[in-house]
Design a protein. Structure first.
Length: 459
């Protein structure tokens, strides 16, 4: 049995866990509720936004799969970035990703507590405290416990989307007004581009943030018996399934409900089910939304602890966070993520339009910067392997041109954010987070050089 100081993680997750963890990481409140904001921005042309964003995520997963197969078992995607670009890439990717998910833990805690007030007559802070304590206990028990909880959470979400698609198709082609009416819904409220030809591109930042999370597969796969095979499976299948789920469900919403009747912040799924006269639609979607939030909260605590564990093993975080418990989970990393997430949640109660809004904005666009580092890392990694004459089992298509196209795509999203009202501040403050991480990296290097001078040359 591993001791608390061994630092070894368990390898007890199964392929089904990794697959559903990846699916669950992308299908969340961003789809069930947040899609209303994207639809409001672009109308029916939002389907272009979802197609382009999904394709971008799919290509990034392909790159991660290529690196994981070539060098299996290294750890998270931050480790692959460090392998090809150098120590700085792993440091920045790891800490930025940790910070992003700490804020997410706070957001999901409050979101879950607010949703549960529909059934539980208790203050938000108390419900949120219970939620975060329960999810912390789940993660502390074992990685297998986390995997089982997430498997069933994700299964419910995926099942809900599948049922929604079946009901929607039945309504359009069988027991509803018919396909002609569905087509009219797409075009009768200002046409396919009611907000202008540039609207679907302006909506991409909103859409891509709801799709992020597929990369969690590389973290979870490190705790399986066959990391490379499980990452490959996720890279090949998960993103394609997500594309189908997202585009099919959004298309059904647009074919059934007038897009300009959907209120940003409300669930378009609930509105669509009500139009289809599905009994108890609001209650059903509330349950699904709570499940999505709990799933994200559960994963957030898992991700923050594993990322901190890897940073500590590389010497980029205090060494104490590299230790694991007798159950081979990074206990201190889980607890730190819980405390940091709880503080973020507390900020949303005490100062929702001050401190909490600032925290949200400083983390909002971070995932785009992380994706950019991943792509540059894949290009460098592939070039190094090809110079060595190594034969790759899984390849990124049309290398290097498609990889460069992804960089351009991410760059265009950042440009769109810079000129879109409401997203400019988020981009600027997220860039500030990147600058702070760069400063922390510089300070770490200075401390390291000073330590080396103090020790003196080896004799």
């Amino acid at each position: 049995m591993a001791t608390a100081s061994s630092g070894e993680l368990a390898h007890t997750l199964q392929p089904r866990h990794v697959t559903l963890i990846s699916l669950g990481g992308i299908i969340g409140a961003g789809l069930f509720v947040g899609s209303s904001a994207a639809i409001n921005m672009a109308g029916p042309s939002v389907l272009i936004s979802y197609a382009l964003s999904g394709f971008l995520v799919f290509l990034i997963m392909r790159m991660l799969g290529e690196m994981a197969v070539a060098r299996p078992g290294l750890g998270t995607f931050a480790e692959y970035s460090a392998l090809s670009l150098g120590h700085w890439a792993g440091f920045m990717t790891g800490w930025l990703y940790w910070y992003f998910w700490v804020i997410t833990v706070g957001v999901e805690t409050i979101a879950g507590a607010t949703l549960l007030q529909y059934w539980v007559a208790a203050p938000v802070w108390l419900i949120g405290l219970v939620l975060i304590v329960v999810m912390t206990a789940t993660n502390l028990l074992s990685v297998r416990t986390y995997g089982e909880f997430e498997f069933w959470f994700a299964s419910l979400k995926v099942g809900a989307i599948a049922v929604f698609i079946v009901l929607g198709l039945g309504f359009i082609f069988a027991f509803g007004p018919g396909p002609a009416d569905a087509l009219q819904q797409l075009t009768a409220h200002g046409g396919l581009f009611p907000r202008g030809i540039g609207a679907p591109f302006a909506a991409i930042p909103v859409v891509i943030f709801s799709m992020m999370g597929a990369e969690v597969a590389t973290i979870a796969a490190a705790e399986t018996a066959s990391p490379a095979r499980n990452v490959t499976r996720a890279a090949r299948t998960v993103s394609l399934r997500i594309l189908v789920f997202y585009i099919a469900s959004i298309a059904i919403i647009l074919c059934v409900a007038p897009w300009d009747s959907l209120v940003p912040g409300d669930s378009p799924f609930t509105k669509t089910l009500q139009i289809m006269r599905i009994p108890g639609a609001a209650s059903v979607m509330s349950v699904i939304a709570v499940t999505a939030v709990l799933s994200c909260l559960n994963s957030g605590l898992y991700i923050t602890s594993r990322m901190l564990h890897e940073l500590a093993r590389r010497g980029d975080a205090p060494a104490i966070f590299a230790a694991t418990s007798k159950r081979r989970v990074p206990r201190l990393g889980i607890l730190l993520g819980t405390v940091a997430g709880a503080l973020a949640a507390l900020a949303s109660i005490i100062s929702p339009n001050g401190v909490f809004l600032f925290l949200i904005n400083t983390s909002g666009a971070i995932i785009l910067f992380i994706y950019m580092i991943i792509v540059f890392g894949e290009i460098r990694f592939r070039q190094q392997l090809e110079r060595q004459g190594e034969r790759l089992q899984l390849r990124m298509w049309l290398f290097p041109w498609l990889s460069y196209a992804v960089i351009i795509g991410i760059g265009l999203v950042l440009v769109v954010m810079a000129f879109t009202p409401g997203q400019t501040v988020q981009l600027a403050l997220s860039a500030l987070s990147v600058a702070v991480t760069i400063l922390a990296l510089g300070m770490r290097r200075m401390v390291g050089r000073d330590r080396d001078r103090a020790v003196g040359p080896a004799i």
